[in-house]
Design a protein. Structure first.
Length: 339
């Protein structure tokens, strides 16, 4: 029945609106008989509490925000799906709203300010530019869990993978294939993000573990994230005379762009250049060659982040908890296992 109100349920069950609200909120001080009568009325009339009514009755909207820079990036769109599925199957009844910040300071501030205004009960947030201090100052009473590698306030929860260890694993894997000139592709051309910084640190550690000297000439930046940008950057580097036999990429899109540049120049992977990507996006297994890649355990990441966020919403007020989700190196054709 369309347009069923709380008052309609109360009239049908012969109780007050307050009693109906108490039943919806699972208030303990309602008799079993009254509770059964109200639930029967809700079912019979097809009543569904709207977000505003639920907020008035419980102080909560039943909505969570997931905020990140760019919904077009496959990693984030796949993570968003995982978060929504995990929330729906968790038994908490939460639904997830996506917020795109465009990776700008104004966009990130707007998301935090709007969320704090009572539109959602809590937020999962992967900041790209907002500082740790500003996050601590701006989020106020809004329960928040940060995702990713950016600096996190001591009072805020955060979930990430160990990017340094993962980049070290990717680099040593390539070195075990006998490659001695291993490049790194995909970091920013100007100021490094924390993500890029950690991955380059891990890349350097991997070189040192393999007794290879780091060479700044083998750091190939890209002006923006994406396949075309990476392809042009790698192509320009090769055309200028740079030579390398291994390549660790900041993300899978950069790796796919590198493969395109190699194909255009008849450079074979893995024979000429072994390539490792990052993120294990869904089509990494279908490229040619299929892509060896760092695979963050995004299922665990989504679960841990949602569990901590719900705990914050339900009243946990301790210091920030910083958790690591696992990762794996998925070995495919672009950098096969050493024989």
């Amino acid at each position: 029945m369309a347009g069923v109100r709380l008052q309609d349920v109360a009239d049908h069950a012969g109780v007050s609106v307050k009693t109906v609200s108490n039943v919806i909120r699972n208030h303990p001080y309602v008799s079993d008989g009254v509770r059964a009568r109200v639930r029967a009325a809700i079912t019979e009339l097809g009543y569904r509490p709207n977000a505003l009514g639920r907020q008035l009755a419980t102080g909560r909207t039943g909505l969570l925000a997931l905020a990140f820079a760019d919904v077009r990036l496959p990693y984030f769109s796949e993570l968003a799906n995982l978060v929504a599925v995990t929330a729906a199957s968790s038994g908490t009844g939460y639904r997830v709203l996506l917020e795109e910040t465009t990776g700008t300071l104004d966009g990130e501030r707007a998301v935090v300010n709007a969320s704090e205004a009572g539109l959602v009960d809590g937020m999962l947030f992967q900041p790209a530019v907002m500082s740790s201090r500003e996050i601590a100052e701006r989020h106020g009473d809004l329960p928040i869990v940060l995702l990713g590698e950016g600096a996190a306030p001591l009072t805020v929860d955060r979930v990430m993978i160990d990017n340094i260890a993962a980049a070290t694993a990717a680099t040593t894997h390539v070195a075990r294939l006998g490659r001695t000139r291993i490049a790194f592709l995909g970091h920013e051309t100007s100021q490094l993000t924390e993500t890029s910084r950690q991955r380059i640190v891990g890349y350097q550690q991997g070189l040192e573990q393999a007794n290879l000297l780091p060479d700044p000439a083998l750091l190939i930046p890209t002006p923006e994230t994406g396949v075309l940008s990476a392809s042009l950057a790698v192509g320009a580097a090769l055309d200028s005379g740079l030579r390398f036999d291994g390549l660790v990429c900041r993300d899978d899109l950069a790796a796919i762009g590198a493969i395109r540049a190699f194909n255009e120049r008849r450079i074979s992977s893995p024979d000429d250049v072994a390539i490792v990507g990052w993120d294990n996006i869904s089509f990494a297994a279908t490229t040619y060659p299929s892509l060896t890649t760092i695979a963050p355990d995004t299922v665990s990441l989504a679960r841990i982040a949602l569990e901590m966020l719900v705990e914050r919403i339900e009243g946990y007020d301790g210091m920030g908890r910083h958790r690591l989700a696992p990762f794996d190196l998925v070995v495919r054709e672009s950098a096969p296992s050493a024989e």
